[in-house]
Design a protein. Structure first.
Length: 375
């Protein structure tokens, strides 16, 4: 089979991390673009990327890209794509997408044209006049930006940030893919100790544990393409076994979470159990005012509460002042704090040693990193 072209959309700011990760997974021809990473390979690459990517939001087959200035351009472009290589005559293939700054601006009209064109191609290739669409889901996605159309076929199903361990979450949870990136940028390793003094539902602690133990984040969930007749089931079996064999069971990693809310602490421990890392994560009810640098070394990674209302922001800044006093500069200790507040460093009390722009959903944030001690 000819190599398949893939696209892995990701949060803005994570493109480099996502590309480096795919290269480490021995995936071919990886290149980062704004908001996504492109790569190529066969069905093993499809399964491996879904199972193992910590930073991608989903894995899509990039069916084709072409300019569109009319609905006829769109119809003909879609009709040239090899849908029959992936979609069977009974499979479902709904269409959804977006149009931005393009001559074709009506999403519903584009959906209809793409659906009609793909159906015509599939019908002619299978020799049937009616496609019943009772089989497995093959979600077609399109993106038209400045008259350039990308046509994609989703292989993931639910977004890859949905690892399967967080059915419940505390208020304002951080996305799993972003938490994983924070662990990476904080240099979490197999020997690390991680502390989150605002642990909420435990996402940062769990993602740190999964990284430290090299546990593939998708091992406990399923994917849309697992039900496709075009993808051999043996591929998934091989890649799951590969991921299982890569787990570092000898890692010394430990994580400690605190929160003032007893329900959040209980939720952290519950989610850690669902993720299979309950023996690595400890959590207790504790106020940030009682924080202390007791272990010899540790990486503090946190997403402190913040709000958009004036009162909430004032409270958040009071919290930042407390953190600035408690997060002392000390050999072996580092602090990574994500915040959307541009005045964070002033309130915290000292400039960050390094900053990284990240997006928590649609909220532009900075990851403020402190790792140097006082001279």
């Amino acid at each position: 089979m000819t190599k398949i072209q893939f696209a892995a959309p990701c949060l803005m700011g994570l493109e480099g991390l996502c590309a480096d990760e795919l290269k480490r997974l021995e995936i071919e021809n990886v290149r980062a673009e704004n908001g996504r990473v492109l790569f190529e390979g066969g069905f093993n690459a499809l399964a491996r990327a879904n199972l193992c990517s910590r930073y991608a939001e989903r894995i899509q087959i990039l069916m084709g890209e072409f300019p569109v200035y009319s609905f006829e351009d769109l119809f003909q472009g879609v009709n040239r794509l090899p849908w029959e290589e992936f979609i069977g005559e009974k499979d479902a293939f709904p269409v959804k997408g977006h149009c931005v700054s393009s001559k074709l601006s009506s999403v519903p009209d584009c959906q209809k044209i793409i659906k009609k064109s793909a159906a015509k191609r599939l019908g002619s290739k299978s020799g049937v006049s009616w496609l019943e669409e009772t089989g497995s889901l093959h979600q077609i996605q399109f993106l038209i930006i400045k008259d350039k159309c990308s046509i994609l076929l989703d292989t993931s199903g639910a977004g890859l940030h949905k690892r399967g361990y967080r059915a419940n979450s505390a208020a304002a949870p951080i996305k799993e893919t972003l938490a994983a990136a924070m662990a990476d940028l904080s240099r979490v390793r197999h020997f690390s100790t991680v502390i989150d003094p605002f642990c909420g539902s435990g996402t940062i602690l769990i993602e740190s544990a999964l990284k430290a133990l090299n546990i593939a984040p998708g091992l406990r969930r399923g994917f849309a393409a697992e039900k496709w007749g075009s993808v051999p089931s043996s591929v998934w079996a091989v890649e799951r076994e590969r991921a299982m064999d890569s787990i570092n069971k000898d890692a010394e990693f430990q994580a400690f979470g605190c929160d003032i809310d007893p329900e959040a602490v209980a939720l952290t421990l519950e989610n850690a159990k669902k993720a299979g890392v309950e023996n690595r994560i400890h959590a207790e009810v504790r106020d940030i005012r009682d924080f202390s640098t007791q272990p010899e070394r540790a990486a503090v990674i946190c997403n402190p509460p913040y709000g958009e209302r004036l009162l909430d922001m004032q409270q958040a800044r009071e919290l930042y002042k407390i953190m600035g006093n408690k997060f002392v500069q000390k050999d072996g200790w580092s602090y990574s704090i994500i915040s959307p507040d541009d005045s964070f460093e002033d309130t915290f009390g000292r400039p960050a040693d390094k900053r990284r722009k990240l997006y928590n959903g649609m909220i532009k944030c900075q990851l403020y990193m402190y790792f140097r001690r006082n001279k």
